[in-house]
Design a protein around this ligand. Sequence first.
Ligand SMILES: NC(=O)c1ccc[n+]([C@@H]2O[C@H](COP(=O)([O-])OP(=O)(O)OC[C@H]3O[C@@H](n4cnc5c(N)ncnc54)[C@H](OP(=O)(O)O)[C@@H]3O)[C@@H](O)[C@H]2O)c1
Length: 330
Amino acid sequence: MGNKINVAIVGYGNVGKGVLSALKQNADITASAIFSRSPERVKKEGLSLPVYSIDAIEKLKGIDVAILCGGSKDDLPAQGPQFAALINTVDSFDNHSKIPEYFAQMDSVAKKSSKVAVISAGWDPGTFSLERVMGTVVIPNAKMYGFYGLSPKGGLSMGHSDALRTINGVKDARQYTHAIGEAIEKIRNGENPTFTARDMHWRECFVVLEEGADKEKVTQEIVSMPGYFEPYRTVVNFVTEEELKAQYAGFPHDGLVIGAGVLGGGEKALVEYRNTWESNPVATGHILVAHARAAYRLAEERKTGAFTILDIPPAYLTNKSREELLRSFV
Ligand SMILES: NC(=O)c1ccc[n+]([C@@H]2O[C@H](COP(=O)([O-])OP(=O)(O)OC[C@H]3O[C@@H](n4cnc5c(N)ncnc54)[C@H](OP(=O)(O)O)[C@@H]3O)[C@@H](O)[C@H]2O)c1
């Protein structure tokens, strides 16, 4: 292993797999174990890494950073503090309204254990958070906008797909978010409008029904679901299980952050940042791995407590040398 940064993957789902993929392109970091609540399931994947029960904390010895890949809703609120009490951690916690609370909790635990806990390190929150701040750094009066699902197929929303699956009569479902192009054009034209949620996105659902379920009833329940679908124009398509699997495989997603405002002399100004992922969880895995490097470097400097991407110098995220950064990236 030499001088490589040694990480553990905690939780082996889509993002956990994404972290393993990302390590193929990050030669300075290696994974030495997977921790899971269902180690027997993970062992069946035939990986070359040891797989331990999540409770086998003695196996964390020698590991520099635990990359927490559990779900934001129920897993990370418990697993985050548990692991931050023992080891440096990185996670992609994405429950936006609860980030201040989660940060405070992780900060308190990690300060007590003298560890580093990097939270919300994905793309949104994550790299998009940085771009939102940079927009308002350059244009202090900028309005910041976020659009998701710019490609014709749209972006797969796991949260909305999960919400569809909670409806009686729904066997399986996927939800694609679509950005409304005219709204983006209005911003690019310098109109800086105030939008409602409905002005910016529409939602497309592909639903497999349970046998005998009533299409009309399911449709009504979907389009009237508060928060998830009611604020949007929502189109519901009924498909077979095979069609859902064949046509809508993978986890594609993309997004755009736009900041628009005027400069000190009244001149119009616009900044944009876009990412397009054929696989959202693999991209998230790549971002987590970069933050594991930063967590290791912060810990080497004896920093402790919680950090977000906003608190981390970009040079800590990359494995490029200072010389290369100065020569080609500054
Ligand atoms: N910030 C961002 O931009 C961003 C982007 C994407 C995702 N995320 C976050 O990443 C989180 C994880 O996403 P994910 O797609 O990896 O979720 P997921 O596939 O549902 O995995 C979540 C956890 O469920 C368990 N699990 C996975 N597959 C299982 C199976 N077949 N049977 C039983 N348990 C299974 C795993 O834990 P065990 O191994 O312990 O069982 C895994 O860690 C999401 O909740 C989201 O909040 C953030």
